[in-house]
Design a protein around this ligand. Structure first.
Ligand SMILES: Nc1ncnc2c1ncn2[C@@H]1O[C@H](COP(=O)(O)OP(=O)(O)OP(=O)(O)O)[C@@H](O)[C@H]1O
Ligand SMILES: [Mg+2]
Length: 310
């Protein structure tokens, strides 16, 4: 298995992290690797992290899930679809007006190979964003096939990666629509707080509409409870309500409120490279395990269907 590294860490830290992460994340990877070897690298699963409510943990989830997947030897692409460019910064890219971004992809039709960047995490590439992307949502309005721009752009990425994670803006605009049309599944972070479900029914309506029209195979990857604070009864109550309402669609993994998760972006590092021992790192490592296990199950189902001729 390829070793992952955060390229600026010292070597002791690297090997310490390597051993711990392999233990934490890789437990279930051998089987999926076997399938990859036997049948070649299957097409990437594209997961859009979306919720039009602001500040619920979309970017934190996209960045840390992508980093944990890459650390588990799953070649991963992180696409920043938000003009706030928070995911781009959180993964370690400083502002650079000369850099090509999702804007060049969607509006100027530039190819994937000219835009993707290698991040400092082994196995994790990035399509960055910057503030100009705000104009794309407006400029796309008159474009032909405007909802399919990202899907077309990402075609080469399907062959190259195991997972593609899309960080969506806090709006149901044309950028989010492009992400939901390009995606195989949507991961919905919901903050464990008062009015947690605000906007979620609108998002679910939108997903139904997209399934009827633009992307019939769009699935729900899962609902992720974020910023869970076990000390407050409100958090516990919201988590219980969401689990009883959405049932098995809610991930078992739960992301705690953790100050280390809030600090990590200002160092341009995913949590597993900022503080591997934190509760936040544990939460996102478990989430990556769950996402890999789900992909593994789907592969198994696909294999069984293919075998039975279904
Ligand atoms: N589990 C957590 N514990 C503590 N702080 C968190 C956690 N998750 C996210 N945060 C912090 O909460 C703020 C909002 O998180 P984030 O940017 O991920 O949300 P978002 O949904 O992407 O926001 P937006 O809608 O503006 O794009 C950030 O300052 C982030 O560092
Ligand atoms: Mg965000």
């Amino acid at each position: 298995m390829r070793c992952f590294t955060w390229n600026t860490l010292d070597s002791n830290k690297k090997s310490e992290n390597r051993i711990e992460l392999k233990g934490k994340i890789l437990a279930s990877v051998s089987w999926i690797c076997y399938f990859s070897l036997v049948w070649g690298n299957p097409l990437a699963r594209i997961i859009a992290v979306a919720n039009q409510k602001g500040g619920v943990g979309k970017t934190t989830t996209a960045v840390n899930l992508a980093a944990c997947l890459a650390a588990a030897d799953q070649p991963t692409l992180l696409v920043d679809c938000d003009s706030q460019a928070n995911a781009t910064a959180a993964i370690g890219f400083q502002k650079d007006p000369a850099r090509k971004t999702v804007y060049h992809a969607l509006i100027l039709g530039e190819p994937f190979e000219k835009i993707f960047l290698k991040s400092q995490v082994d196995g994790l590439d990035v399509i960055p964003a910057d503030k100009n992307l705000a104009g794309a949502a407006v400029e796309l309005v008159l474009a032909e096939s405007r909802e399919y721009k990202l899907q077309t752009f990402l075609l080469p990425a399907r062959q190259k990666y195991r997972f593609v994670v899309l960080d969506c803006p806090p709006a149901l605009d044309l950028l989010t629509l492009n992400a939901l049309v390009a995606a195989d599944a949507v991961l919905i972070p919901i903050q464990c707080e008062y009015l947690a479900l605000e906007g979620v029914s609108e998002l679910l309506d939108t997903l139904m509409r997209i399934r009827r029209t633009l992307n019939p195979s769009l699935e729900i990857e899962g609902i992720l409870l974020t910023m869970y604070d076990e000390r407050t009864s409100l958090s516990r109550q919201v988590a219980t309500d969401l689990r009883s309402f959405f049932g098995s669609q809610v991930f078992q993994s739960l992301i705690p409120r953790n100050v280390r998760l809030a600090e990590a972006p200002s160092f341009g590092k995913p949590i597993i490279f900022y503080d591997i021992h934190s509760k936040g790192a544990e939460g996102y490592s478990q989430l990556a395990q769950e996402v890999i296990a789900n992909a593994e199950k789907r592969l198994g189902t696909g294999a069984r269907s293919a075998h039975s001729g279904a």
